[in-house]
Design a protein around this ligand. Structure first.
Ligand SMILES: C[S@@+](CC[C@H](N)C(=O)[O-])C[C@H]1O[C@@H](n2cnc3c(N)ncnc32)[C@H](O)[C@@H]1O
Length: 276
């Protein structure tokens, strides 16, 4: 949801305090603008605390880092949107630690949103390629400048074999709906000795459909893990969705189709040449 212009102006005013778990506006606001601001902050999970010592909108969690992203993007997530729930800062750090990002590694972020993960990946020295469906957020990623390349488009329609080499790391928080399709497709971009770390809907741990069951078995076979994240991991960005963390380590010849696996397959054309 885009911030109304007047609300964005108030929230980016240098006098406004966005710190810890609160937003405080220490100057007079026009009544209409105040109502708009109040509505937006409530939609984001804030609550007005009128006590003299507080006089601020207070959130049930730290909001500083996340607000930085929302204000740069000019929009904030609501549960009704097309799946933009930026990874909260603490989880960004956990995901990047688990992926073991080191300087010079190539990293793919296939649904990069407004760059919550790409910023930290680049800060750790990763050479990041990003994909994002939403044109506004893709433009923002370009402006942010921490990706070597930004592709504005549908990740699921990219062909891994258009890339000469796979990536050392895949780090992702795909849309919660259809997230498994994103993860399985992303494995096609990973080197045999790569690592994939993804946030995912917690349902992946118990869904009984064939694709989910096969994926869980394959992850176990290659020594990966699917672990629940604590409840409220995404509260900071306005959703109580339950989530888990998927870790798929490098392997060769396993049941999941990495980039190297795809490259090893004989091409139709080569077979034809051999027969001719
Ligand atoms: C849950 S958000 C996470 C954003 C970012 N990965 C982060 O961690 O902050 C998912 C993002 O995926 C994007 N998205 C949805 N479908 C996509 C697709 N088919 N290809 C690329 N991006 C997609 C959405 O626009 C949204 O920005």
């Amino acid at each position: 949801m885009r911030f109304p212009t007047d609300v964005l102006a108030v929230l980016t005013d240098p006098r406004t305090v966005i710190s810890g778990d609160l937003v405080r506006v220490p100057f007079e606001l026009d009544r209409v603008v105040y109502e708009q601001l109040n509505t937006v902050l409530k939609e984001m999970g804030g609550r007005w605390d009128g006590r003299k010592a507080v006089r601020a909108h207070v959130f049930p969690h730290r909001i500083e880092e996340d607000f930085r992203q929302f204000l740069t993007a000019g929009e904030y997530p609501t549960r009704y949107e097309q799946g933009w729930f930026p990874t909260p800062h603490q989880l960004v750090m956990q995901v990047c630690d688990l992926a073991g990002i080191c300087a010079g590694m190539t990293v793919l972020e296939p649904s990069a949103g407004a760059g919550a993960l790409t910023a930290e990946l680049a800060r750790r020295g990763g050479v990041v390629d990003s994909v994002e469906l939403d044109a506004n957020r893709a433009a923002l990623l370009r402006k942010q400048g921490d990706s070597r390349r930004v592709i504005a488009g549908d990740f699921l329609s990219l062909d891994p074999l258009d890339y000469a080499e796979g990536f050392d790391r895949i780090v992702m928080n795909p849309p919660f709906t259809g997230g498994l399709d994103h993860i399985r497709h992303a494995i096609g971009f990973m080197k045999d000795d790569g690592i994939l770390v993804s946030v995912m809907s917690a349902g992946l741990m118990w869904w009984s459909d064939k694709a989910s069951a096969e994926f869980r078995a394959a992850v176990e076979e290659v020594g990966g893990e699917i672990e629940p994240l604590p409840e409220g991991s995404f509260a900071a960005v306005g959703t109580d969705a339950r989530t888990c963390l998927v870790y798929v380590p490098g392997y060769a010849g396993g049941p999941l189709r990495t980039h190297d696996w795809l490259q090893r397959q004989p091409k139709q054309l080569d077979l034809f040449d051999m027969v001719a």
